[in-house]
Design a protein around this ligand. Structure first.
Ligand code: DGL
Length: 255
């Protein structure tokens, strides 16, 4: 475990960060853990998630690094009194990245209901003196994880119907940047563009990579390993990730 970087999320979302890390630092050993048994996180109670996130972090505590590739879990982590120096959450780095790349400092945030309720993006951006427009959008996680149930055409139709309605929230906001404050949301940026005139879409991937570069020394293994685990059904998760371009085998893990 000591030589592995663990990246985790409730499901598919954190794979975006996993992919960026594995592409940028391919000679490192990685574990991806999808807590699909307890998906979605964004509509669960704080008390339940505190226990869950604590268990996951304690399970992987001897890893070289644990990247919480989930904004909901990152918010919960900040409420826990855990002092592991190898654990990295993603809210502050993503907020700073959005602030740095926004021209007018008017920034929208779409995230799970719980992430918005816990308000950590709002706090981080307010501290930077940005004007924040937060939108709860847990429904979008269900669409993304449930994509398999629809034909591509039907999927895009219902997603766009929902976006049209929800994004009317940003109508008079004059935002120039939108933070995908849920790692699942990076998959739909092309669709957001149909409803918003925002020039800057912010995902956590590059911000997190840049940040980690200054925190850890990436390894240079000749035979680096890739392991993907889920607490849910390994066959189901394996077929979900194949459809979005991952060929790794998936194993079950009880955490
Ligand atoms: N991907 C997670 C996030 O970034 C949450 C999805 C969920 O609700 O489980 O917040």
């Amino acid at each position: 475990m000591k030589d592995k970087i663990v990246v985790f999320d409730s499901g598919l979302g954190g794979l975006n960060i996993y992919k960026t890390l594995t592409n940028k630092y391919p000679n490192e050993n990685y574990i991806y853990f999808a807590d699909e048994l307890y998906l979605p996180y964004g509509t669960k109670s704080v008390e339940f998630l505190k226990q869950r996130i604590r268990s996951i972090i304690e399970y992987f505590k001897d890893a070289k690094a644990i990247v919480i590739a989930c904004n909901t879990a990152s918010s919960i982590y900040r409420l826990l009194d855990l002092n592991y120096p190898n654990v990295y959450e993603i809210i502050d780095v993503t907020s700073q990245y959005a602030y740095n790349t926004s021209r007018n400092k008017r920034i929208g945030v779409i995230a799970t209901d719980l992430t918005i309720e816990l308000g950590m993006y709002q706090d981080a951006l307010n501290k930077l003196n940005a004007k924040v427009f937060p939108l709860k959008y847990s429904e979008l996680v269900d669409f993304i994880e449930g994509k398999d149930q629809y034909s591509e055409e039907e999927y895009l139709r219902i997603v766009n119907e929902s976006l049209k309605d929800k994004f009317s929230f940003f109508k008079d906001s004059d935002i120039d940047s939108l933070i995908c404050g849920c790692t699942h949301f990076g998959y739909l940026i092309d669709e957001y563009k149909k409803h918003l005139t925002v020039s800057n879409y912010v995902i956590s991937d590059d911000a997190v990579c840049e940040f980690l570069e200054n925190k850890i020394k990436f390894a240079n293994n000749l035979n680096p390993s890739r392991e993907i685990y889920t607490s849910g059904d390994a066959f189901e998760f394996s077929s979900k990730i194949k459809k979005i371009g991952f060929s790794e085998t998936v194993s079950s893990l009880v955490v």
